[in-house]
Design a protein around this ligand. Structure first.
Ligand SMILES: C[S@@+](CC[C@H](N)C(=O)[O-])C[C@H]1O[C@@H](n2cnc3c(N)ncnc32)[C@H](O)[C@@H]1O
Length: 282
């Protein structure tokens, strides 16, 4: 049977690759660095980034800690080729990348990794696919190893009426499509669900959060604006198909959203939840 691609965006598109390069930069900065908030890892520790995209986070770790062995996996061949080329160009011998589908059993032996990082899988995994991935991560983590999940709490919280309206439609559309764990379709609901899932698997799990400021006068505004400029049009067909908006309404709202983001008063915060689990020692 042919495997289903559940990613909400086109994982082979150059525009998506460029968007993820940009997004990685501004998210890792908002996190305070690639390893911020994690216990110190011993030399030679093995690190895996799940659905690593163009490899930004993994390459940052490889640069900060040349003594670690860092691997990144993603289903997208163009993203993995890009990440591999970047690792070679930067001389990062401690970073390797491979194509792998995270909805399938992972091609790693039991108890291989000391740290597994997974950021922004909201639009990758349908809600029923999370359990199998968490089981696979638990299998390939060494006992006492760390699993870190980083997911958005919202799609940006702003003072733009149009941004907020389109965001509410996007959240509902994702929920209707089978993504996230919200009980009523008004949020992503990933934080509580994933925290619970790690505790169920015997992890010692804790949560924290971070927030990025993408207001008009902030250094991150341009990145946030370009992200919205690329992601919003991808809602066009699903929202029209779902009968939420006509083509004209969507196009008008999209233009209006961009205009409001250019306002000098535009204020935007983007909240993320970080779930840190220490794997059971069995
Ligand atoms: C939102 S991006 C997050 C990228 C990266 N984790 C980050 O935070 O910068 C989601 C990534 O999942 C990848 N992806 C989508 N479906 C996948 C699958 N079934 N297996 C592995 N990777 C997948 C996409 O190619 C994309 O790189």
């Amino acid at each position: 049977m042919e495997r289903q691609d559940t990613y909400i965006f086109d994982l082979n598109s150059p525009a998506e690759l460029a968007r993820l390069i940009n997004q990685d930069r501004f998210l890792t900065q908002a996190m305070g660095g690639p390893l911020a908030g994690l216990p110190d890892l011993p030399a030679q520790a093995k690190v895996l980034d799940v659905a690593c995209g163009p490899g930004g986070w993994a390459l940052d770790v490889a640069l900060d800690r040349p003594d670690l062995e860092v691997a990144g996996i993603d289903r997208s061949e163009p993203m993995i080729s890009y990440a591999t080329a970047r690792a070679q160009a930067q001389g990062r011998k401690n970073a390797t990348f491979g194509v792998m589908d995270i909805t399938q059993p992972l091609d790693f032996s039991d108890a291989t990794f000391d740290l597994i990082n997974a950021r922004l899988l909201l639009g990758v995994l349908k809600r029923e696919a999370w359990d199998a991935l968490l089981d696979e991560c638990t299998r390939i983590l060494r006992p006492g190893g760390i699993l870190r999940l980083i997911e958005p709490d919202d799609s940006g919280s702003t003072n733009s009426k149009t941004f907020e309206y389109l965001s509410s439609l996007a959240i509902k559309s994702l929920w209707n499509g089978g993504y996230g764990f919200s009980l009523n379709g008004r949020s992503f609901g990933l934080g509580p669900a994933l925290l619970h899932k790690l505790k169920q698997r015997g992890y010692q799990a804790t949560v924290s959060s971070f927030v990025g400021d993408y207001s008009h006068d902030s250094p991150g505004w341009a990145d946030f604006y370009h992200n919205a400029e690329i992601t919003t049009p991808q809602l066009r067909i699903p929202l029209i198909k779902a009968g939420e908006l006509t083509e004209e309404e969507f196009d008008q709202l999209y233009q209006q959203e961009l205009i409001e983001m250019w306002s000098e008063d535009f204020t935007a915060l983007w909240h993320f939840v970080v779930i840190l689990g220490i794997a059971p020692t069995r």
